[in-house]
Design a protein around this ligand. Structure first.
Ligand code: GLN
Length: 542
C-alpha cells in the first residue's frame, strides 16, 4: 500500500511549493523509497500547452510529449526521473472525462455531481500514479492557494483519501508564508493561522507546516504556529530563502522533516543516503568566477517563463566551476536599431530560447546576426534555432526578406516552414510535434564533440522546421547541419564552424538537463562564454 503526501499551499502563490514537494520526494528516495511526484493544476485547461508563459511560467514538455506545468520540471530535476502525462492532473482532464462518460451513458439514471463523480475521478487519477510507477510513496502537490474556488473539488478528494487510505498512510504538508515587517523584522504568523483555518474549514488538518520566510523562523514563532495550528512543534519546519534551490532538501532535512514524516507515516526511520547530492548542491553556491549570459526573449517579465533554460545554464555553470549570471533582455529593444546592442556587450554569451509569434521576432533575428558577426557565443533553442536560420538566410546568403512562414506567410524565401504533417491541423491543443525524438549526429561536428555519441534523444515542441530546399545554399555559405531526425526528414542542429560557438537546436535541450549532469550543448555554450570573457579581459589589459 503506497503512502501519500499531499502538499497544499497557503497565503499566496509563488512560495516554491513545487520545490518543497520535489525536495520531500528527493529526501524520501534517499532513504530508499520508490517515490513519485504528481501535480494537480486546478485550471480548466486540459494541459498547460495553451497557457501564456508570462502568466503561468514555462510549459514543460515530458518525453511522452505531454505539455505540463513547470513544477514537473522541478520534480524531474530533483528526482532525475522522467515523468509523463499521468503526473499532471488538471480540472480540464477531470471534467472532460466525467462529461464524456456521462455522454456515453456510464452514469445512466444518475445525477452527475462534483461529489462523488468528480472527486472519484480525481482519486482514480491520483491512485493511477502509484500504480503506474509502482511507488512506495507519492507526493501530490495541489496547485493554487487554499481558499481558491477552483481547487475545492481536489482538496475534497484529498480529504476523502485520508479517510479511505487511513491516517498512517496519508500526510498533509501545508506550505505557507511567514512575512517579516521591514522596520522591526518581526515574523508574522497571522497569514499562516488564517490559511490553516481555511484548510480546516474544508476538513483538512495539516500534519506538517513548512513556513517560507526570509530568515529562519525563531523558536517563539515556531511555537506560536504550532499552538495556533494544532501541529506538533517538531512538525513546524522552517524553510528560509536560500541561494540555490538545490539546498532545500538539506535544509528541510536539518529541520528533521524526514524523521517527522517517517514517524507519522509509520515508516522505519532510515539514514539518509546522500550519495553525491551534497557535493552537487554545493557546486551551485561555492563557485565565484562569473560568466554573464543574456537571454533574449519576449517573456522576460516573469523569471519562470524560461525556468528550465535558467536551470540548464546553472547546471552547466556549476559543473564547470562557474557561477552563471543571467540577464533578461527584451527582444523588442533591438527592433528600433542603435544603442541597444551596447546592452549585449555586458554579456559573454547570448541565448535565444523558444517562442511563438511575431512580437520581438525581428529583434531576435537581429541579435542572432549580431552574435554571428561579432563572434559572440550564441545558443538558439527551437524558435532561437529558427530565427538564427532566418538571420543567416538574410545576411549571409543574401536571401532578401527570408523568413519563417509563421511570421510572414508570403515571404519569398520560406527558410522555416510548417511541418508537412501540420498542414491539416486546425486545433491548437496538444497538436505540435511534441516530446522525445531520436536524433542522429554527424561525426566530426561540434555537436558530435559535445555529445560524444551518434544518437541522442531530445524533447520537442514545434510546428515549424527548417526548409531543406535551402540546405545547400546555407552549406555553401558556411553552415553545417549536424543533427537530423525522422530518417533525415528533420534538421535538428545547425552550427557555424568558423565561429567560436554558434549552435542552435530545433529541440529544447533545456528540458533534460539535470543538476550534476548538464545538457551537453549548455556545457559547450557556457564554456565558450567563459573563453569569450577571457578574450575580452585580455583585450582590456592590452
Ligand atoms: N514557434 C515555433 C514553432 O512553432 C517555435 C516553437 C518553440 O520555440 N517552442 O515551430
Amino acid at each position: 500500500m503506497p503512502k501519500w503526501i499531499f502538499v497544499t499551499g497557503g497565503v499566496m502563490s509563488g512560495l516554491g511549493k513545487g520545490i518543497v514537494a520535489a525536495s520531500i520526494a528527493k529526501l524520501l528516495t534517499m532513504i530508499g523509497l520508490r517515490v513519485s511526484a504528481a501535480k494537480i493544476d486546478p485550471y480548466l485547461n486540459v494541459d498547460a500547452g495553451t497557457l501564456n508563459p508570462i502568466a503561468h511560467g514555462e510549459v514543460f514538455v515530458c518525453d511522452d510529449g505531454s505539455e505540463c506545468d513547470m513544477d514537473l520540471g522541478h520534480y524531474e530535476r530533483f528526482l532525475d526521473k522522467p515523468l509523463t502525462r499521468y503526473h499532471n492532473i488538471t480540472s480540464g482532464q477531470i471534467y472532460l472525462k466525467v462529461i464524456n462518460d456521462e455522454r456515453k451513458g456510464k452514469y445512466l439514471g444518475q445525477c452527475v455531481q462534483i461529489i462523488p463523480h468528480l472527486t472519484n475521478e480525481i482519486k482514480r487519477r491520483i491512485r493511477l500514479v502509484a500504480e503506474i510507477d509502482n511507488s512506495d510513496c507519492v507526493v501530490v502537490e495541489c496547485g493554487g492557494t487554499v481558499g481558491d474556488i477552483e481547487s475545492l473539488p481536489f482538496l475534497e478528494a484529498l480529504r476523502q483519501m485520508r479517510l479511505e487510505e487511513g491516517s498512517s498512510n496519508t500526510l498533509f504538508v501545508h506550505v505557507t508564508l511567514v512575512p517579516a515587517l521591514d522596520v522591526v523584522g518581526e515574523q508574522k504568523t497571522k497569514p499562516t493561522q488564517h490559511s490553516v483555518q481555511e484548510l480546516r474549514r474544508i476538513g483538512i488538518q495539516p500534519d506538517i507546516i513548512v513556513a517560507r520566510s526570509e530568515k529562519p523562523l525563531t523558536k517563539e514563532v515556531k511555537s506560536k504556529i504550532a499552538l495556533f495550528t494544532s501541529v506538533d512543534l517538531s512538525s513546524v519546519i522552517s524553510n528560509p530563502d536560500v541561494e540555490s534551490i538545490y539546498s532545500v532538501p538539506e535544509n528541510l532535512a536539518s529541520e528533521g522533516i524526514v524523521s517527522t514524516i517517517c514517524e507519522k507515516l509509520q515508516l522505519s526511520n532510515r539514514e539518509i543516503q546522500w550519495g553525491d547530492w551534497k557535493e552537487i548542491s554545493e557546486s551551485f553556491i561555492k563557485n565565484k568566477e562569473e560568466v554573464r549570459i543574456a537571454i533574449v526573449g519576449k517573456y522576460t517579465t516573469l523569471m519562470d517563463s524560461y525556468v528550465s533554460v535558467n536551470h540548464a545554464l546553472a547546471h552547466a555553470g556549476a559543473q564547470l566551476g562557474l557561477k552563471v549570471k543571467v540577464g533578461w533582455v527584451e527582444a523588442e529593444c533591438f527592433e528600433n536599431q542603435g544603442e541597444s546592442y551596447n546592452e549585449l556587450e555586458k554579456y559573454h554569451g547570448i541565448l535565444v530560447p523558444g517562442g511563438f509569434g511575431k512580437r520581438g521576432s525581428e529583434g531576435k533575428i537581429m541579435v542572432a546576426n549580431y552574435c554571428r558577426e561579432k563572434g559572440i557565443p550564441y545558443l538558439g533553442l527551437c524558435f532561437g534555432f529558427q530565427l538564427a536560420l532566418v538571420s543567416f538566410a538574410r545576411y549571409a546568403c543574401n536571401l532578401e526578406n527570408a523568413n519563417s512562414t509563421e511570421l510572414e506567410p508570403n515571404t519569398p524565401h520560406p527558410v522555416v516552414d510548417l511541418l508537412p504533417e501540420q498542414r491539416d491541423i486546425k486545433d491548437l491543443g496538444a497538436t505540435m510535434r511534441l516530446g522525445s525524438h531520436e536524433i542522429n549526429l554527424i561525426e566530426g561536428t561540434l555537436a558530435y564533440r559535445l555529445y560524444q555519441r551518434k544518437v541522442i534523444k531530445e524533447r520537442h515542441r514545434h510546428r515549424y522546421e527548417f526548409n531543406q530546399n535551402y540546405k545547400e545554399i546555407f552549406e555553401r555559405n558556411g553552415v553545417v547541419f549536424s543533427g537530423f531526425s525522422d530518417g533525415g526528414k528533420r534538421v535538428e542542429i545547425m552550427e557555424i564552424p568558423s565561429h567560436p560557438f554558434y549552435l542552435a537546436t530545433q529541440y529544447h535541450a533545456e528540458f533534460i538537463s539535470r543538476p550534476g549532469r548538464a545538457e551537453p550543448v549548455f556545457l559547450g555554450f557556457v564554456e565558450a562564454s567563459l573563453k569569450r570573457k577571457y578574450v575580452i579581459q585580455s583585450i582590456i589589459h592590452v
